[in-house]
Design a protein around this ligand. Structure first.
Ligand code: PLP
Length: 397
């Protein structure tokens, strides 16, 4: 008789894991009603308040609330002085908006490989990609795990480059005790629906530099701004955030400890400089040779059949295969500025970053943050499912 659910056996999880996202109650309803009834739909009070509160939460002096995270990246690039033809170094493994934001300010994204252990932009790949045209680096804190900000800031200082942290996944995460988004010159956040702090759509630029804040504020006035409704919702969600972080931390500690006893599934090794690790997606590494030789995709299929939803990262393919980068015809159809690529014209679709390819196609497995908002019994279910698939892996050959 088959044991694995994929082959008709009894699944480990009968119901669902974690909590349904987003989480809200009458607090959000009342706050939104209050804004509605005030008639002050385009006033700035709540927007200014959330800018101040979230900036303080991430240890930054200034917060500029915006319509969404893509606009936040563009606003940060503009404030940093990135302009037509400038090169901006971005990682291959991220959401495509990290790269397209540079294109939208007529800059040239230079897509580089990731570190195979942390899945974040590799500092040595940054160093190799720097030319006389480079103006900025956009490290993405992938999934919420901090990129190596010490090395990145050191490289940027040496080459006089601006650093814009893409913090779309990293609300609450800290490096050396400092909130992400407050370490580079600017940080860009997204509050899109799936994010750990959300108002459906929304974004924010953070900085500690008064001049950059002023510039970002001026660009925001080109109506990139967040609305009072978004800010109202975000303020309520911010009140819940610390508690949610604590619940996820408790669960992740339980899961990581339990995974030590199971071959072939490994959490990202935590750097001591990561003083708080909040995550949008929690990535772990699948090692086929330690797991009976089955592929990562076969493992995921079996895991989902056991009732444990699991995907492959917060991103899609490496971004040179995504959206306009993977489709030169679309690039032109969208009117994107190929002319600025000039002699440097890059056919993005021919790029290949070996670490990003290996990680994306064979290794990375990811749970969404909402899976970690229940009790530790949920974590035990995940461990039981891992162990069960490992024990009966021969059924999958
Ligand atoms: C890494 C990264 N950067 C930027 C963005 C863009 O944010 P938004 O969807 O709010 O425009 C996202 C969205 O998921 C993202 O994952």
């Amino acid at each position: 008789m088959a044991k694995l659910a994929l082959n008709g056996g009894e699944p480990v999880v009968k119901g669902s894991l974690g909590k349904r996202w987003p989480i809200f109650d009458e607090t959000e309803e009342n706050a939104l009603l209050e804004t509605l009834r005030s008639g002050a739909w385009n006033r700035r009070e709540k927007v200014d308040e959330v800018g101040e509160k979230f900036a303080a939460f991430q240890d930054a002096k200034y917060g500029i609330p915006l319509a969404n995270g893509t606009v936040a990246l563009q606003c940060a690039l503009k404030a940093a002085g990135v302009s037509a033809g400038d090169e901006v170094i971005v990682p291959a493994l991220t959401f495509v908006a990290t790269g397209t934001s540079a294109v939208c300010v007529n800059a040239v994204p230079i897509i580089v490989d990731i570190d195979p252990l942390t899945y974040n932009i590799a500092p040595d790949a940054i160093e190799k990609a720097i030319t006389s045209r480079t103006r900025a680096i956009i490290p993405v804190h992938n999934g919420g795990y901090p990129a190596d900000m010490d090395t990145i800031m050191e490289i940027a200082d040496r080459h006089n480059l601006k650093v814009i942290e893409d913090c779309a996944h990293a609300h609450g995460s800290q490096w050396h005790g400092r909130g992400l988004g407050s370490i580079g010159d600017l940080g860009a956040f997204s509050f899109q629906m799936g994010k750990t702090l959300t108002c459906g759509e929304g974004g924010m630029v953070l900085t500690n530099d008064e001049a950059l804040a002023e510039k970002a504020g001026q660009f925001a006035q080109l109506n990139m701004r967040m609305t009072n409704f978004q800010a109202t919702l975000l303020l309520s969600q911010l009140e819940r955030f610390e508690e949610q972080i604590k619940t996820r931390e408790r669960n992740i500690a339980y899961l990581s400890k339990g995974m030590e006893a199971i071959d072939g599934v490994h959490p990202i090794p935590r750097d001591a400089r990561v003083t708080r690790w909040c995550f949008y997606y929690w990535d772990f590494r699948f090692v086929s040779e330690e797991f009976g030789g089955i592929s990562r995709d076969r493992f995921l299929e079996a895991l989902r059949a056991e009732g444990v939803p699991c995907g492959v990262g917060a991103h899609g393919e490496p971004i040179y295969n995504e959206g306009p980068f993977g489709n030169p015809e679309l690039f032109d159809r969208l009117g994107l500025p190929r002319k600025y690529l000039g002699e440097q014209a890059i056919d993005y679709s021919t790029l290949n970053c070996p670490n990003a390819e290996q990680v994306y196609r064979e290794e990375v497995c990811s749970f969404t943050h909402a899976m970690f908002l229940g009790g530790t019994d949920d974590m035990q279910c995940i461990l039981d499912a891992f162990q069960k698939i490992r024990t009966y892996v021969d059924e999958l050959q």
